[in-house]
Design a protein around this ligand. Structure first.
Ligand SMILES: C[S@@+](CC[C@H](N)C(=O)[O-])C[C@H]1O[C@@H](n2cnc3c(N)ncnc32)[C@H](O)[C@@H]1O
Length: 294
């Protein structure tokens, strides 16, 4: 008897129209279509829970009663609400030196190649596309600084972009809790962060040092829109971003990355992503590292 009640509750829990803030089938369809059109992100059936929990926060803030009202609100106030809607549905999981082998490849292969080739124009341009809360571009800055920091004649810059304005503010601020620095060696932490009192009064936090900040420019950019970018990149990190896009959107995007890279430039993608069957403009060097070939 008791186990049936538990089962009933579980089934009810999947019936989103009976939750505290009812979400009807048509509401989910509307929101996933809007997400796809505005961001390229695909919110399939399995993302219902995610959509519910993320949008409920907006519903509470706006003091609405259900998803129907939220969809109507979004239509009527699109200019005002779209940014918060987009911020709510993005997934921003990241960490310092995520997929360490990419950073090893930079130090072992890419940097020596650049040093050998660029005898006159000592300039490096890197792009962290879908940079989330900044751990990826700061990891790039740490890695670049280790090789080029002492070579003052080098002009090194990292462009960090994301669609989500909340994560960009976080990245720009560059302040991380000790847990976020877990896994970084003592020397990396010591050389690149300053320990400061936590503004909320609890313990300490770590602020990115100025010598790293100067490498990075954070800008909002929707990868599906125009890219106001001048010049070409030596390498692009676009990791764990296209996983949420359909194949057609990925094809367009990777073609644009090939155009944005210098000849033989490198593209780094996420561990569960591939260019196989998506584009022929890159050759695979293994372990989700690609080189532009055309
Ligand atoms: C899971 S995070 C990956 C962060 C980092 N690249 C990494 O691998 O650790 C994905 C990021 O892509 C961003 N994103 C999703 N769709 C985007 C779009 N259309 N344009 C720009 N950024 C987008 C999200 O806001 C999110 O911060």
């Amino acid at each position: 008897m008791q186990s049936n009640r538990i089962l009933d509750r579980k089934i009810d829990n999947k019936d989103f129209s009976r939750r505290e803030f009812p979400m009807l089938e048509k509401n989910f369809e509307f929101l996933s279509k809007m997400a796809n059109k505005e961001t390229g992100i695909q919110l399939g059936e399995h993302k219902r829970d995610l959509v519910y929990s993320r949008i409920v926060r907006r519903i509470r803030v706006l003091k609405l009663k259900n998803f129907n009202q939220y969809c109507e609100y979004l239509v009527r106030n699109k200019d005002k609400e779209l940014g918060d809607f987009v911020n709510a549905i993005t997934t921003n999981l990241t960490s310092f030196f995520r997929e360490k082998h990419h950073f090893d490849f930079l130090s072992d292969t890419v940097y020596p190649e650049i040093i050998a080739q660029k005898k006159s124009s000592k300039k490096i341009r890197a792009w962290s596309a879908g940079c989330s809360t900044g751990e990826e571009p700061y990891s790039l800055a740490i890695s670049l600084d280790k090789t080029f920091g002492s070579k003052k004649e080098w002009d090194v810059k990292v462009l960090a972009t994301d669609l989500d304005t909340n994560v960009l503010s976080f990245g720009r601020e560059g302040i991380y809790t000790p847990e976020r620095l877990d896994g970084l060696s003592r020397s990396i932490t010591h050389n690149n962060f300053t320990k400061i009192p936590n503004p909320d009064g609890r313990g300490s936090v770590f602020s990115v040092s100025d010598h790293l900040r100067r490498y990075i420019t954070f800008n909002q950019l929707n990868l599906l829109n125009e890219w106001p970018i001048k010049g070409k990149f030596d390498f692009i990190f676009c990791r764990n971003v296209v996983i949420y896009f359909n194949k057609e959107t990925q094809q367009i995007l990777f073609d644009r990355y090939a155009n944005a890279l210098k000849p033989n430039g490198y593209l780094f993608i996420g561990h569960s992503e591939t260019l196989h069957g998506v584009t022929t403009r890159f050759e695979s060097l293994g372990k989700t590292v690609y080189r532009k070939i055309s």
